[in-house]
Design a protein around this ligand. Sequence first.
Ligand code: DC
Length: 208
Amino acid sequence: MTAPLTIAIDGPAASGKGTISRRVAAHYGLRHLDTGLLYRGVAALVRERGVDAQDAEAVGAIAAGMNEAVLARSDLRDGGIGNIASVVASHPPVRAALLQWQRDFAQGGAVLDGRDIGTVVLPDASAKLFVTADADVRAARRWRELSKTEDISYRRVLDDIEERDRRDSGRSTAPMSHAADADLLDTSEMTIEDAVTEALRLIESRLG
Ligand code: DC
């Protein structure tokens, strides 16, 4: 029996990993899970229930009780939620509660994108990418998106991205990091079409 095809795509906010992951999943006919949505779901419940985002135990209990319906909420992409998500994601009980959920999703084959997919969630993935781009390029992309619906300055978006990068890569449990066997894809000077083409080329050469 051949192992199911699993593809791990990690990287920082607004690197292009979300779009690349959706397109890679469509190319191979695989399901796709944006794992950031799980942490954003926990963050939305934390905010709604007035729980202290720094309280690892209370937030861990929310993560353990969360169901899939939360992922359909329309507020998960709000500017403020990303930062709370980054704080709640630093708590080991939260990561433990969400780990099996992600692995179950990958059974039978899938594309997962996040921060620790290649290192922790699917260390044996068939192919791994670490997608990145310069912080100012990522901030400009994110600002263009957010400013369609929110009154927010570019500077604020850049500060937010830099703060999240620091927190996501500096935490002690499952920090964002480039798995040793992941291919690096820097999208700073690429159009999204170029980035998707390059992602598929790298994955194909891994799958051999
Ligand atoms: O990918 P995103 O920006 O939607 O993720 C929101 C936050 O969730 C991010 O700042 C860190 C956290 N996250 C994580 O710690 N691990 C993942 N696999 C995915 C997201």
